[in-house]
Write a protein that binds this ligand. Structure first.
Ligand code: FAD
Length: 552
C-alpha cells in the first residue's frame, strides 16, 4: 500500500500501515448504510424526502422506474401511454443531495440476524453471476404486494392482472386481439360473442375503473372501427360482495351500479369464481348456490393483494408466519426486528396489541392498584395514548371517555370522581373494533415514506429533543412521534367523463365536475414535470383524435 507522506510516496505493508496510520474511514465516522427495497410509491417518497448526504444509500428493485399506478387503467385502453406514467428511478435519485446507488435486481432473502440482503439480477443474457449481497445498518422494505388469486384454479394461466405497466400493456393488446379475432370471416356469431365478452373479476376501485375505461374505449373509438360486431360486445363485472365499490360511501356505490346498468355493463354481485379455463369462467351464485359457466374473450382479475414470497419467507424467519402481512409498530419498525422498517402495501401497523398496550399504560398509572385513576391521572394517560396511538383518538373522543367517571365518597366523606378501569376497557373494546387497518393505497405508502425519511433526517436532533410519548421516550425510535395517516380522499372514475370522490369530512362528490377535479389532482400529483406534460398531452390527444387502436 502507498501513502502520501510530506510530498513523497512511501510503500508500507498492509499491517504496518494500519498500525501506524489509522485508515481514513477510522478517523471519519462511517456513514450508516441504508438499503431500500423497491422503487414504488413508498420507496420513492422515502428517497425524495431523505437527506441522502447523511447516509450511504443503496436502492434495489427489479424495476428501474417508478410507475404512477392510479393511471394504469387508462394505459389499458391507450387513453394514456405507458411511457407517460413512468419515471426512471435514476432521474429521481440524481435530484437528491447525496449519492444514491441503484441496483436493478430483486431481493431474494432478508437476513435480519446478519443485517444483510441477498439480491439477484434478472436482466436477460447477463454475463457472470447476478447474485450479490448488501450489508445494512437500516433496511427500508417497500416491495409492495402481488395479486391474490385465492388459489382459484386456472386464474394464473388464463387471466390478466392489472398491477404493473407490463400488465396494462398486455391488456391493451389483448383487447384489440379480441376484436380482430371476432371480425374474421371464419367466426360464427356464437364465437364472435365469446371473443367479445370481456369479464372483470373484482368490484373494487381498480376493477370498476377498468370496466368504465373499457366501456368508453369501445363506445367512443372501437365500434366506429369494427361496426359489424358492435352489438356483440359485452362487459361483465363480477363481484363476490353485495355491492361494487363497497369500501366507498353507499351513495357512490349505488350511483356506480346504476350508471353501469344504464351503460349496459352487466354487474353480477354475490358471485364467487370457482375456476377459469381458456374458454370459460365458472362461478357460483351465493344466494341460490347455482353454478354456471360462461365463455369469455378476456378476463381481468382484480380481487385484491397478498404478500410477495420474499416477505413471506422473512415473516417465517422472524416469527410472524401466522400473520397475513408484515407487522410493524406505529413507528413503522418491523416487530421483532432491529433496524428494519416496512412501508406501503407489504406491511401493516399491528393493531391487535393496541388495546392491551393501552390497558398496560392505564395499569402503570394506577400505582396503588385500586382499579381507578383520578381525572388528572387519567388525562395524563390519555395524552400519552393519543400521542402513541393517534389512530384510536377519533374513536376514544367519539365515545366521550369522561362518561366513564364514577362518583364515590372517600372515608372522610369527600366526594371523589374517578375513572374505572373496567368501564375504560369496555370503551377501548369499542374503539378497538372500529380501528381498521390502513388501506393499501398509494396515499398511505407515500405518507409512510415521507414520515420515515423525516425521522431518518432528524435522528441526531431528536436525541436531544424527544417528541414521542413521554412514557416511552429515551429508547431510539420512540423519541419520534408515531406515524399518523391523513386521509385526503379517494376517487373512483366511472367513465363517460364522470367520477365519484369521497373527500375528507365524509363529503361525497359525483359527476362531471368531479372528473375535472380528478384530472387536476392526478396532473398535480405526477412525480415530475416531464410525466405531467406527457400525461396532460395524452389526455388532450385523446380528446382531439381519440385513442389509438393499432396493435403495436
Ligand atoms: P409498489 O408501488 O407496488 O412498489 C413496490 C416496489 O417494490 C416496485 O418497485 C417493485 O418493483 C419492487 N419490488 C417488488 N419485489 C421486490 C423485491 N423482491 N426486491 C426489491 N424490490 C422489489 N392507490 C391510491 O391511493 N389511489 C389510486 O387511485 C390507486 N389506483 C391504483 C390502480 C391500480 C391499477 C393499482 C394496481 C393500484 C392502485 N393504487 C392506488 C394502489 C397503489 O398503487 C399501491 O397501494 C401502492 O403502489 C403501494 O405502494 P408500495 O410502495 O407499497 O408498492
Amino acid at each position: 500500500m502507498k501513502i502520501k507522506c510530506g510530498g513523497g510516496v512511501v510503500a508500507l505493508s498492509e499491517s504496518q500501515s494500519e498500525a501506524q496510520h489509522p485508515k481514513i474511514e477510522d478517523r471519519e465516522p462511517r456513514k450508516k448504510k441504508v438499503v431500500v427495497l423497491g422503487t414504488g410509491w413508498g420507496a420513492t417518497s422515502f428517497l425524495k424526502g431523505l437527506d441522502a448526504s447523511l447516509y450511504d444509500v443503496q436502492v434495489v428493485s427489479p424495476r428501474n422506474y417508478f410507475a404512477f399506478t392510479p393511471l394504469l387503467p387508462s394505459v389499458t385502453c391507450g387513453t394514456v401511454e405507458a411511457r407517460s406514467i413512468v419515471e426512471p428511478v435514476r432521474n429521481i435519485i440524481k435530484k437528491t443531495n447525496g449519492e444514491i446507488k441503484f441496483w436493478e435486481a430483486e431481493c431474494i432473502k432478508i437476513d435480519a440476524a446478519d443485517k444483510k440482503v441477498l439480491c439477484r439480477c434478472n436482466i436477460e443474457n447477463l454475463v457472470g453471476s447476478g447474485e450479490f449481497s448488501l450489508d445494512y445498518d437500516f433496511l427500508v422494505v417497500a416491495v409492495g404486494a402481488q395479486v391474490n388469486t385465492f388459489n382459484t384454479p386456472g386464474v394464473k394461466e388464463n387471466c390478466h392482472f392489472l398491477k404493473d405497466v407490463e400488465d396494462a400493456q398486455k391488456i391493451r393488446l389483448s383487447v384489440i386481439d379480441c376484436l380482430e379475432k371476432a371480425v374474421l370471416p371464419s367466426q360464427s356469431e356464437e364465437e364472435q360473442r365469446s371473443n367479445l365478452h370481456f369479464v372483470v373479476v373484482g368490484g373494487g376501485p381498480t376493477g370498476v375503473e377498468f370496466a368504465a375505461e373499457l366501456h368508453d374505449y369501445i363506445q367512443e373509438d372501437l365500434i366506429k372501427l369494427y361496426p359489424s360486431v358492435k352489438d356483440k360486445v359485452k362487459i361483465t363485472l363480477i363481484q363476490s360482495g353485495d355491492h361494487i365499490l363497497n369500501m366507498f360511501d353507499e351513495r357512490i356505490s349505488s350511483f356506480a351500479e346504476q350508471k353501469f346498468t344504464r351503460d349496459g355493463i352487466e354487474v353480477q354481485t354475490g358471485c364467487r369464481v370457482l375456476s377459469v379455463n381458456d374458454q370459460e369462467i365458472t362461478m357460483k351464485v351465493k344466494s341460490t348456490g347455482s353454478v354456471c359457466s360462461v365463455p369469455h374473450g378476456l378476463i381481468v382479475w382484480s380481487t385484491g393483494i397478498c404478500t410477495v414470497p420474499v416477505i413471506r419467507d422473512f415473516m417465517q424467519e422472524i416469527g410472524q408466519a401466522k400473520r397475513h402481512v408484515l407487522a410493524t409498530n406505529e413507528w413503522l419498525r418491523v416487530e421483532g426486528c432491529e433496524n428494519v422498517y416496512a412501508i406501503g402495501d407489504c406491511s401493516s401497523i399491528n393493531q391487535r396489541k393496541i388495546k392491551d398496550d393501552i390497558i398496560d399504560i392505564f395499569k402503570a398509572a394506577d400505582k396503588n392498584n385500586s382499579g381507578t385513576l383520578t381525572i388528572e391521572e387519567f388525562q395524563e394517560v390519555m395524552d400519552d395514548i393519543i400521542v402513541r396511538y393517534p389512530q384510536v383518538e377519533y374513536y376514544l373522543k367519539k365515545k366521550n371517555i369522561l362518561d366513564l367517571r364514577v362518583l364515590w365518597n372517600d372515608p372522610q366523606g369527600n366526594e371523589r370522581e374517578e375513572i374505572d378501569i373496567e368501564g375504560f376497557k369496555l370503551a377501548l373494546s369499542l374503539a378497538d373494533s372500529q380501528v381498521k387497518s390502513l388501506p393499501a393505497t398509494a396515499q398511505v405508502a407515500a405518507q409512510q415514506g415521507a414520515y420515515l425519511a423525516n425521522c431518518f433526517n432528524r435522528i441526531d436532533h431528536i436525541e436531544e429533543h424527544p417528541e414521542g410519548p413521554r412514557r416511552f421516550t429515551g429508547s431510539g425510535h420512540h423519541n419520534f412521534r408515531p406515524f399518523r395517516y391523513k386521509h385526503f380522499g379517494q376517487f373512483a372514475p366511472l367513465g363517460g367523463e364522470q367520477a365519484a370522490a369521497e373527500l375528507p369530512g365524509d363529503w361525497v362528490s359525483i359527476g362531471h365536475s368531479t372528473q375535472w377535479l380528478w384530472y387536476s389532482v392526478y396532473a398535480s400529483k405526477q412525480v415530475s414535470w416531464r410525466t405531467r406534460y406527457l400525461v396532460v398531452s395524452d389526455w388532450t390527444r385523446r380528446f382531439i383524435f381519440g385513442r389509438d387502436s393499432s396493435r403495436v
